[in-house]
Design a protein around this ligand. Sequence first.
Ligand code: NAP
Length: 292
Amino acid sequence: MANLIDGRAIAEKVYVDLRREIAKLKSQGVTPGLAVVLVGDNPASRAYVRSKDKMSRELGLHSVKLELPAATTQAELLARVEELNRDPAIHGILVQSPPPKQIDEAAIVRALDPRKDVDGFHPENVAKLVSAAADGFVPCTPLGIQRLLIESKIDISGAHVVILGRSMIVGKPLALLLMQKGKGGDATVTVVHSRSRNLEKITRSADILIAAIGRANFVKSGHVRDGAVIVDVGINRVEDATSERGYRLAGDVAFDEVAKKAAAITPVPGGVGPMTIAMLMSNTVKACRQLL
Ligand code: NAP
């Protein structure tokens, strides 16, 4: 049976270091500030924004939660982003995805001050990830996955990492991050997606298999070789009449059967999710430090 990679425990370790750094910044008269902007009332987005705001407060950050109506126009949202760009008490800005249809998300991301883009989606930060510039911001989920692997003493260097999914949020930046030269990198990376041929053959050759496709229980034991490390990024709602909410959360990996073959595996929930929030906090503190 696989070892469980405990994302909550590793996130706690990150917070111990962050608390120390935040105390130091406060002693210099600066409190790192994070603004999270939510447009509309998508329930999943609302829950994400709530937990980001809660964590910021717990760490003693200056936390601003901006909730805008679903009918907010592009111009109104841009004006709010500009205000936050200019606000010296705010070091990190995040506009929760997905926004309502009338909003051009890419244009909003481009309007962010890249020095405050703690989600790492601004083109300038994407370029910095490609060129491995240390002052850029890496998207929180890939950064959290890399940290999970490092803290779990899983050898990334020289390993064959297969990533299922090529989104701008997870798959693509993760591939760039793990193939970088040096600590936490040096992997041989393969990215597979919905058009890939021989998907099972490729995933079975992975030393580390990372699933980020948004399909509940897609990865079965046949996709995995004995002794592989499995990271499950998926967060999927599956109908469940026995649950009070009427659904439960499932990952992209059929946990029970895959855990029998794997050397280590992340659970859902309690794996990648807590690390994503921890990296958002870490990026905010980094932004504050760099803006001093
Ligand atoms: P996304 O934008 O929908 O991208 C999904 C990717 O998976 C696409 O590249 C798609 O291929 C590929 N794919 C879909 N079905 C496939 C199949 N049957 N075979 C092979 N590839 C397939 O999703 P995302 O935003 O990256 O999110 C992925 C999952 O991670 C979701 O469950 C999401 O909720 C979760 N997530 C979790 C966190 C966290 O903090 N834990 C953060 C972000 C996302 P094509 O490109 O060919 O369409």
